[in-house]
Design a protein around this ligand. Sequence first.
Ligand code: FDA
Length: 308
Amino acid sequence: MFRQLILRLTALSPFRWLTIETRLGRAVAGRFVAGERLVDAMGAARRLDRERIASMLDLLGENAEAPTQAEAAREAYLAALKTISNEPSLDCAISVKLTQLGLDESVDACRANLLPILEAAERDGTLVMVDMESHAYVDATLEVVHGAHERFPRIGVALQSYLRRTERDVFDLPHQMRIRLVKGSYLEPPDVVFEDKRDVDASFRRLFVTLLARGHAIDVATHDPRLIEGARRRVDALAGGWSRVEFQMLYGVRRDLQARLARQGYPIRVYIPYGTEWYPYLTRRLAERPANMWFFLSSVLRSGRTRS
Ligand code: FDA
């Protein structure tokens, strides 16, 4: 309920203005976003690398409104791949959103933009993951990813445990495809998602077990200590299990836990968002935790009082 309320509130233009146009809003965004430029994201990746944490760059942006926007996103990803390839000692992947690459225009337009990214990544041995967006895009996303997997078997995709359909989708995945398992973060109607957190968590557990049994490489992408502990125990008990499972977390979220898992020797990767289109991403992070929203609103009130 809280999450839905925040996502509705942050969709209103005054809230958007307050966040984007004020120094305060930008400061809050700075907790979750590495910066506006590729160089900022690479700096974050190097800092994490010093703690033995791998990284995954995400150029912020979704729903390209014109072909030129999707082409610009493609070029930005090609530039990111080139920069990553210049630092071979850095374990750094990329993550793309298909609506940023033209999925709203057509599956073919999206494929045309994704292809050069996959070719460049394949040449350099860089992992490409595909984010999962709102439920309206799941069929098209899976269609593009399944098709690409035949030629680029290292491509992976995110699946959301809050979607009721995911428990069916897992049985149609290409053999051994890499899956990033997440809870899901979009505002969705109740007929397509589990609304109760306990059901979302139970679905996450079941999906993890199914994916593991079916031989997939799995990214356990959550900050939920109980789910992390459950996955850790299962994989510890499986011979060679850590060769195909890693933990993943978001930049700026549970840094203590990220560092602890890395110190304990578990494979962990952090998703590093960067770019100017950070507003939708920030709203999803604010909605995930009441404390984040409270921190933001109380800072606004404090700065208002200071000015008056
Ligand atoms: P949950 O929300 O239950 O949080 C568990 C605990 O983690 C909280 O109690 C709190 O301590 C901490 N926490 C979680 N979020 C926080 C925040 N914003 N600020 C501070 N603390 C926080 N979603 C999607 O729909 N498509 C996608 O492709 C992806 N991709 C993706 C990649 C990676 C690497 C991660 C980690 C996550 C995603 N997500 C995603 C987001 C995901 O769906 C989910 O919204 C967030 O991970 C938050 O949910 P948790 O699993 O952490 O659990």
